[in-house]
Write a protein of this length. Structure first.
Length: 365
């Protein structure tokens, strides 16, 4: 039987697989495995992305700590991770303690502000385009009819209460995500060089020099956006605190914290200042200080966002400012807060690869 089998094998040899087919099969298998891994890691992807952005941004600080104090990697990683926890938890605790210490006075001041609403709105309210007449009429109805006010606010308060209790579970989810961010950040700090080398080899294998340039540009985009958004938010919060202290607004630290968080979320740091200016005008009767605080918020605090942030973001980036801001705003609208970093990173990679492709000369030219 064996000679017959051998003769049959010689008569029908196995087909030889060409090299392009082998390469395609390898890529198909590797791509399928990567998709499977991505699907498995999908629940942890937001935390992993945040950790990656944090580590890429703070990595020069880690290197400085090691060089300056001669610490080992583990000690530097723990210090930076604890700093991250303090950076997030500290302002939240400060806000909670401030509300706890001044909650009662805040309630009575808000109640007094509502009770002292004048019967007639200021003249400029009625002169507002489109909504002025309707707003002035609503003002008069609210000021003269407490029962009507309760009837209007009752459903809104009930709905707000339902929304608040529905978000309690979301708070637990956010806390879990934060713990994962802390854990992933510590792991990335400890294994940064190995992962950096892995991404370098992966980029080199996929696209050679062009892919390596795109990788470097993405890293620069992450650091530039983090530097621009973070430092601008801190500066705006500091300027807001100065304005609040000058005008004597209570709970100034809480308002400044709101400015910082809204600046990070790209919503606008001037909104808490305008709310404080409204309290000064209607609650405290300080029209002059209210106007000062409103101008301070719109011109000084808002001007920092329009001047300093573009300078910081474009520093060290080889990409037009318009593309950077399109990436920031588009990423924010598409992916939420994490899109502030993800958007410009994707745009930077695409921009670098496009320039490299345009710079290539066809083989037959």
């Amino acid at each position: 039987m064996r000679p017959i089998i051998c003769l049959m094998n010689l008569a029908n040899p196995l087909p030889v697989i060409s090299e392009p087919v082998r390469t395609a099969l390898r890529l198909l298998i590797i791509g399928s495995l990567l998709l499977a891994v991505l699907y498995i890691l999908l629940p942890f992807l937001p935390s992993l992305l945040w950790s990656t952005f944090i580590v890429i941004t703070v990595w020069p600080g880690l290197a400085w700590l090691q060089h300056r104090f001669r610490w080992n990697r583990a000690a530097c990683a723990v210090v930076l991770t604890v700093t991250l926890v303090g950076f997030v938890i500290g302002p939240l605790l400060a806000g909670v303690f401030t509300l706890t210490a001044h909650g009662e006075s805040l309630f009575y001041e808000a109640k007094a502000a509502v009770e002292t609403i004048p019967d007639e709105p200021p003249a400029w309210v009625g002169e507002l385009p489109v909504v002025g007449a309707r707003l002035a009429q609503t003002w008069r109805e609210v000021a003269r009819n407490d029962a009507g006010l309760r009837a209007r606010l009752g459903p809104a308060v009930q709905e707000s209460g339902r929304w608040f209790f529905s978000q309690i579970g979301a708070v637990g989810g956010l806390f879990l995500q934060f713990l994962l961010v802390v854990l992933f950040t510590l792991v990335l700090y400890l294994n940064g060089e190995a992962l950096d080398e892995l991404t370098r080899r992966f980029a080199d294998r996929i696209g050679g020099e062009q892919a390596l340039q795109a990788r470097d540009q993405a890293r620069q985009a992450i650091r530039a956006v983090a530097l621009g958004v973070g430092l601008t938010a801190l500066l705006q919060a500091g300027l807001a605190l100065i304005g609040l202290l000058i005008t004597g607004v209570p709970l100034a630290i809480l308002f400044a914290l709101g400015c910082f968080l809204l600046a990070l979320a790209q919503i606008g740091a001037t909104l808490p200042l305008l709310a404080a200016a409204g309290w000064l005008y209607w609650g405290a009767g300080e029209a002059g200080w209210a106007v000062f605080l409103a101008i301070w918020g719109l011109v000084v605090v808002g001007g920092v966002d329009n001047i300093i942030r573009p300078m910081l973001i474009t520093r060290g980036m080889k990409m037009p400012l318009t593309l950077v801001f399109l990436g920031v705003i588009g990423g924010l609208l598409a992916y939420g807060l994490i899109g502030v970093f993800l958007g410009p990173t994707v745009v930077a990679i695409a921009y670098t690869l496009l320039l490299a492709w345009l710079a290539e000369r066809p083989a037959n030219s």
